[in-house]
Design a protein around this ligand. Structure first.
Ligand SMILES: [Zn+2]
Length: 325
């Protein structure tokens, strides 16, 4: 974990490992202090608070959650008394997708030999993903703390004359997707609408919506984009991710037309230049999303997470690479 200054008043904490829970956080160090996303567990959240404390010694008065996923909201409880801002859908969605009890149970189970053995047989992908999480995370003590200030299309903060735009862009990665734009600083905190040098995972929304959002990121013409996952970038980050999604959708279409199942398609589709990105076998999720659209299914149809991690595991195996999530 490392802190970077990205403009006069904007800072980012970047998780270099860049695997599934390694989300980034942001700080705006004026107008009471604003933190953007709060990490995956209390240890990481405390480390982030300590780093940001070097450039904003007081406890920040506001938190923005860019969306409802656990890796962006599980440090909320450490910001006692702060105003927590998010899109209107986020509290309800957090209850659905970021309830810590299941994840706590899973990691405790995997820590025990016998449960691990059983899980490996039943769900080898889920077991491998949990094992990977155990290396870096401990979900003990996490309580869900929900946003208190909710908005619909847009929300504006004025931090001592510095304007901050919260723009709702979902659903493209998750229902609550919000980007945070500081026009004067030429910075965008993109949350998970942008994965940089790691394979995107989208849980809901459509390809079209995601393309529109990436186009918007480019139009805003920021000097620096802080992605939800991966290193800092400029607009080239949004362009590359759009090219990736276009590539995967096109290749998926060919496989779909040839009558292949989505898992078989994900095993067959060449990673191309994106094989260099972290966790390339997450390709499966993007293929499955494309298939859902080809079948005219609802974009917010729920995912069976055990089956999804198992499918990613199988794709990695078929490609002869180590399974990473
Ligand atoms: Zn994330």
């Amino acid at each position: 974990m490392e802190m970077h200054q990205v403009s006069d008043h904007c800072f980012a904490v970047i998780n270099e490992k860049n695997r599934v829970c390694d989300a980034n956080s942001g700080l705006i160090n004026c107008g009471g202090g604003v933190v953007i996303d709060t990490q995956s567990d209390l240890t990481h959240a405390r480390q982030m608070i300590e780093m940001f404390g070097k450039v904003w010694p007081a406890m920040p008065q506001r938190v923005i959650n860019t969306h409802e996923d656990a890796d962006h909201v599980w440090g909320n409880q450490l910001f006692n008394g702060a105003e927590i801002i998010a899109h209107r859908s986020v509290p309800e969605r957090m209850r659905q997708v970021a309830e810590p009890k299941e994840s706590q149970k899973l990691l405790h189970g995997v820590g025990r030999f016998l449960t691990r053995l059983v899980l490996r047989n039943l769900h080898p992908g889920l077991a491998a993903a949990a094992q990977q999480l155990l290396e870096d995370y401990n979900f003990d003590g996490i309580e869900l703390v929900l946003p208190t200030t909710l908005f619909d299309a847009r929300y504006e903060l004025n931090l001592e004359g510095k304007v901050v735009h919260l723009i709702y862009v979902g659903p493209c990665h998750q229902v609550g997707d919000t980007i945070v734009h500081l026009p004067e600083e030429r910075v965008v905190f993109a949350g998970d609408v942008l994965f940089r040098q790691c394979t995107p995972m989208g849980w809901t929304g459509s390809y079209e919506k995601w393309f529109q959002c990436l186009d918007l990121l480019i139009e805003l013409d920021p000097e620096v984009i802080v992605p939800g996952h991966g290193p800092l970038c400029g607009v080239e980050g949004a362009m590359e991710m759009k090219a990736y999604l276009q590539y995967v959708r096109d290749e998926s279409r060919k496989c779909f037309d040839a009558g292949m199942a989505s898992l078989e398609a994900a095993k067959k589709i060449d990673f191309g230049p994106y094989g260099e990105w972290r966790a390339p076998a997450r390709l499966y999720m993007n293929v499955e999303r494309a298939y859902r659209e080809f079948r005219n299914e609802l974009p917010d149809a729920p995912w069976d997470s055990a089956a999804t991690f198992d499918a990613i595991f199988q794709v990695a195996k078929a490609k002869g690479i180590e399974a990473e999530f």
